[in-house]
Design a protein around this ligand. Structure first.
Ligand SMILES: [Zn+2]
Length: 261
């Protein structure tokens, strides 16, 4: 495989850096496509540690804790193609419009990110060209020319943000396809009646804070939902498997019932 930097004069990613996209089950013709934009916490070697202590990379500001593990297991259960982003959202957030202020956050949940401060336009463009663009191209490639029916983005959220307690165990969001989040919530309630499910909580889809669902789910007319699991449920592998099985069952039941078509 050629280096991601091949053919570029000013490049960010070098030999030895991660490829900016990981695809699982890429050969699957299944009806569901999954993505996990905040899967990883890698930093290109050229960016050092972004000026952060190593402990910062264990926090929710760096990645969605447990989301990659959940997404991989759901992909296995459904034999669904899955696209994961190995680089930290602090390098570039693959679920933000590239011109959004927090696409490359200089401050995230009160933590300053020195390596993102006063970033020159060329350096910013490298992150877009070499990490953001190939990720979204890979997602589009898995949808275009295939008979996909549904699209789910798997995330996790932190229990407390900016002093606010977020009580939901899981949230589903869509602005153009409310039926799919509702159907998912119905399935989950049937399996786990005690769950506190947020509808368009803790996040709703909007053009300032979302790129993936509008660009892929909405544009291709797929049934879709953003899926947000509270990350204290995903602190160990057992928790991740439990939530993946739950989600896999719920999505699988939608497909069987024809609610995903
Ligand atoms: Zn996320």
């Amino acid at each position: 495989m050629a280096s991601p930097a091949a053919g570029r004069s000013k490049s960010l990613l070098l030999e030895g850096d991660h490829w900016p996209v990981e695809v699982v089950n890429g050969d699957s013709d299944g009806p569901v496509v999954l993505v996990c934009e905040h899967a990883g916490r890698a930093i290109p070697a050229a960016l050092g540690d972004l000026g952060l202590p190593p402990s910062a990379m264990d926090l929710h500001i760096a990645y969605d804790i447990g989301a990659a593990s959940v997404a991989r297991t759901v992909a296995g259960i459904l034999d669904a193609p899955l696209v994961l982003q190995p680089y930290s959202r602090l390098v570039i957030d693959c679920n933000r419009p590239v011109d959004a202020e927090d696409a490359i956050a200089a401050v995230s949940d009160n933590v300053e990110v020195p390596g993102n401060r006063n970033l020159p336009a060329a350096a910013r463009q490298c992150r877009i060209d070499e990490i953001f663009e190939p990720f979204h191209k890979a997602v589009s490639t898995l949808i275009e020319g295939h008979e996909r029916r549904a699209f789910f983005a798997i995330h996790s959220f932190t229990r407390t943000l900016a002093g606010q307690e977020r009580k939901w165990d899981v949230g589903f969001a869509s602005r153009t396809d409310p039926k799919t989040p509702e159907a998912l919530a119905e399935q989950l309630v049937r399996l786990r009646p005690e769950l506190n499910i947020g509808m368009n909580e803790p996040y709703a889809i909007d053009d300032q804070s979302d790129w993936t669902i509008p660009t892929h789910g909405e544009r291709f007319g797929l049934q879709h939902s953003l899926v947000e699991i509270r990350n204290d449920h995903l602190r160990d592998e057992q928790g991740c498997v439990r939530w993946a099985e739950l989600l896999g069952k719920a999505i699988g039941a939608l497909i069987e019932a024809g609610a995903v078509r």
